[in-house]
Design a protein around this ligand. Structure first.
Ligand code: COI
Length: 358
């Protein structure tokens, strides 16, 4: 299906002569954004317009009750200069899972993908050419009703904005296994990519920072026994010769980078174990010298190596980064596939096809 998307281009691009080496994460935004509005039970008025502010009511429901969801994804340029999306249809599906959990309307998946092609095609000058850098794409949806009753909104706005990014964490991160706060419990919103999950993580992260740690290793909300995620990412461990990651099971985000890693590992015949992982077994593996690696996996960072984990009064220092074979291989593999240097045997890379030529 081909949706009608109205185009209103900027008069002059801000994207010329960008210094891609000096761009902090999430602070620079490309020329255009895609916007669509939900009213009377349907998505309408699909448009690509210059990036800019919205005017919203102080009674906008999303500001009060948090009906907001988002995605994070990337477009890259291959060494031959062509623009590519990475697994866009997975993100189209996942935002609708989040929408379902937050009682929001689903967004047509074909329109999601078509909008990405048009928008990224128009703003392709903003895609950093360097391997490991990318155009970060932020699709999001929020309630638009002007009303203070706690109810499901009847109107929504869906937006896609983009901006060039380099590496998210410049160095390995230290983790604090958190025993006071929780990120999510089964039955909560942990599987959804909704704003509240991230807002609720800020105070624990701040307190961890005051104790000298970069991020949190989240434990389950019932027993503080099972590992869930680290910071804003899924978490992987290498124990002996096996790559271990928690099964999702209701409170953990079904990460697309997580899924990508599992598929790469499988294709390389590396042993994988997706199951419940206890913090105690990590302590034991560490004391036996079997905890070889820990890393976060997310779209923004791709791989965030973990330097060590504090649990109760013990800091488990992990082997030097030079010895991290798996995390390093996975990052190189994704960067290589995205730059076109490694053959994509999975059908993940989708060439950007914009009808709007710039
Ligand atoms: C990611 O790892 O991609 C995230 O979800 C972090 C993002 C919220 C900046």
């Amino acid at each position: 299906m081909n949706f009608k998307i109205e185009i209103n281009k900027v008069e002059k691009s801000r994207g010329e002569n960008l210094d891609f080496d000096a761009i902090p994460f999430g602070k620079t935004f490309s020329d255009h954004m895609f916007v669509s509005d939900y009213e009377d039970g349907e998505w309408k008025n699909h448009r690509i317009i210059p990036y800019g502010n919205f005017s919203i009511s102080p009674a906008n429901m999303s500001l009060h009750y948090g009906q907001t969801i988002f995605e994070g994804m990337k477009a890259t340029k291959s060494t031959d200069g062509n623009a590519w999306l990475f697994r866009p249809e997975m993100h189209a599906k996942r935002i609708n899972k989040s929408a379902w959990r937050m009682a929001m309307p689903s967004f047509p998946e074909e329109l999601f993908v078509q909008a990405l092609h048009e928008l990224v095609g128009m703003d392709s000058v903003w895609i950093p050419p360097k391997k490991g850098s990318a155009l970060y794409i932020r699709p999001f949806m929020f309630a638009m009703d002007e009303m203070l009753g706690v109810k499901i909104s009847k109107t929504y706005r869906f937006v896609i904005m983009t901006g060039p990014v380099g590496p998210y964490y410049p160095k390995p991160v230290s983790l604090l296994a958190e025993e006071k706060y929780v990120r999510a419990a089964v039955g909560g919103t942990g599987e959804a990519k909704c704003g509240g999950n991230y807002g609720g993580s800020l105070l624990p992260a701040k307190e961890a920072g005051e104790r000298g740690f970069d991020q949190i290793l989240w434990l389950d909300g019932k027993e503080f026994k099972y590992v869930q995620e680290c910071g804003t990412m899924n978490v992987f461990f290498v124990i002996g010769d096996t790559v271990v990651t928690p099964r999702t099971g209701g409170a953990i985000l079904e990460g697309i980078t997580r899924d990508t890693f599992l598929k790469i590992l499988e294709a390389k015949n590396i042993k994988i174990d997706v199951r419940d992982v206890t913090i105690e077994e990590l302590v034991e593996a560490h004391s036996k010298g079997e905890l070889k690696e820990a890393f976060g996996a997310g779209t923004a960072a791709v791989v965030a190596h973990v330097s060590g984990i504090q649990y109760k009064d013990k800091f488990m220092e992990l082997p030097p980064i030079e010895n991290r074979k798996i995390g390093t291989m996975l990052k190189a593999e994704i960067d290589g596939i995205r730059s076109g240097e490694i053959k994509d045997g999975f059908g993940w890379m989708i060439p950007v096809k914009s009808k709007v030529l710039v």
